[in-house]
Design a protein around this ligand. Structure first.
Ligand code: ARG
Length: 462
């Protein structure tokens, strides 16, 4: 072997080419290691159940030996003693190398009827299931905090603004639960992503299936997927698409967080002073001793751009990619992981912030100049029989005569569905509860399926 070649499980490769193509996989794939072992256990179980193949690729006992060793790998992953080398290229070959080192031929057989292409696709789907459920739970926690905040300050007046100019009487309850409802709406996108993700790509192999009587329904069921993808080429082509859908859902959540962050930054400025950010959640300045800065919120604003960028980059990678597996897909992995991690950490930090967000009711009330009541005044004239356009013109012509009205009375008069005095806080609480229950039952079902695949050999909880 020439010096300029490096030996790998799948042949000798120029070291620079190896480094370039492997990229950050040895690090990123550590997050896939658990899922890779579980998916391999399902694949081996299916191979061992292929009655028509004689002699059996794996006997029941051999299957158990492989799964036992896969569980030992999972233990090493969890204790931090598993690693992926550059020569391994990725987690898939690292696990195969380990199985071969310990079990010999049994390790050399695990790749029968599959490719790294469907292997990484299934790993990512298992990773996504776990991450999406985690994210839904975090969205629900933030939504819940916002409802609590809204209930606590339901009747506290806040100037409603359009174009940032004072517009109409509003309340903190309306402000807070507007973000609750936005987050709950965002979950429709997340649920669509969850559903798309709930199909197993295993059996696609390199992209075109294999000449073996593999049971794709069985592996899908073992791994807790609703069903396998039908068309094996589509199963391969769907990699990247699903990442782009998940990231689009993350981007919607981030858009909600970013706009909410912007409100909080603005209305906690001393000039407004509506909100009080607890000092321990602010950061200081190295030169100006008086500073308590809303860095968390500014970073949420910036990270929204990052997540939107991840979503855009993934679809741009896919745009001109031909059908079937292409290595371009490897680069969608990091973008998905970064976008997901960023969205989830933003959700958690925003929840912390809302939990201890203070308000200054006096400042909120101070914001009510007489103009805020102009529309209410026009509607008062309408109640006396004047057509609205005439009432509007009248009030517009007599703005300097407008009197300071009572914000509390103005708020309680807005009692139709969804208005400041017509908010159904209990319905929000109910929806949040349903979301959390949905996460719990899906998590439990997934865990049950995955534990069963590992046949009780896993030491730690999965
Ligand atoms: N690390 C690769 C990826 O993420 C695994 C699949 C490699 N397949 C291949 N044919 N080179 O896509």
């Amino acid at each position: 072997m020439a010096k300029s070649e490096k030996k790998t499980i799948v042949g000798s490769i120029h070291p620079d080419v190896l480094a370039f193509t492997v990229g950050r996989d040895p690090v990123l794939d550590m997050d896939l290691a658990l899922w890779d072992c579980i998916a391999t256990a399902a694949h081996v179980t299916m191979l061992s159940a292929m009655k028509k193949v004689k002699p059996a690729i794996f006997t029941a006992r051999e299957r158990d030996l492989v799964i036992q060793e896969l569980c030992a790998v999972i233990g090493d992953v969890q204790s931090g003693s598993f690693s992926i080398s550059e020569a391994d290229q990725d987690v898939h070959l690292a696990v195969e190398r380990r199985l071969t080192a310990v079990l010999g031929d049994l390790g050399r057989k695990v790749h029968t009827g599959r490719s790294r292409n469907d292997q990484v696709a299934v790993d990512i789907r298992l990773h996504m299931r776990d991450q999406i459920l985690g994210m839904i739970g975090e969205v629900a926690q933030l939504a819940r905090r916002l409802v609590t905040f809204g209930v606590r300050h339901a009747a506290v007046p806040m100037v409603g603004r359009t174009h940032l100019q004072p517009a109409m009487p509003s309340s903190l309850g309306l402000w807070a639960t507007a973000w609750t409802e936005s987050l709950l709406d965002d979950l429709f996108m997340v649920e669509a992503a969850y559903k798309l993700n709930d199909r197993c790509p295993l059996g696609s192999a390199a992209s075109y299936g294999v000449p073996l009587p593999i049971d794709r329904r069985m592996t899908a069921r073992l791994l807790g997927f609703e069903e396998p993808h039908h068309n094996v080429l589509h199963a391969a082509n769907a990699r990247g698409k699903i990442e782009s859908v998940v990231l689009a859902a993350c981007a919607q959540i981030m858009l909600t967080l970013s706009r909410m962050a912007e409100d909080l930054i603005l209305f906690s400025m001393p000039e407004f002073g509506y909100f009080v950010l607890p000092p321990e959640l602010c950061t200081g300045s190295s030169i100006m001793p008086q500073k308590y800065n809303p860095d968390v919120l500014e970073l949420i604003r910036a990270k929204t751009a990052v997540v939107m960028g991840c979503a855009d980059t993934v679809s741009t990678i896919l745009k001109a990619m031909p059908g079937g597996y292409n290595r371009d897909l490897q680069d969608t992995k990091e973008l998905y992981m970064e976008g997901m991690r960023t969205t989830r950490s933003s959700l958690r930090i925003m929840t912390l912030l809302v939990e201890s967000l203070g308000i200054c009711e006096a400042k909120l009330r101070d914001g009510f100049g007489s103009g805020v009541f102009a529309t209410d005044k026009a509607l008062e004239l309408v109640a006396g029989g004047m057509p609205f356009r005439d009432a509007y013109q009248y009030v517009r012509a007599h703005l300097d005569e407008l009197e300071q009205a009572d914000p509390d009375a103005a708020l309680s008069a807005k009692n139709h569905l969804g208005a400041p005095a017509g908010l159904d806080f209990a319905a929000y609480q109910e929806r949040v509860k349903e979301v959390l229950a949905g996460v719990k039952s899906r998590r439990a079902a997934s865990r049950r399926a995955l534990r069963k695949v590992l046949r009780g050999f896993a030491k730690a909880d999965i």
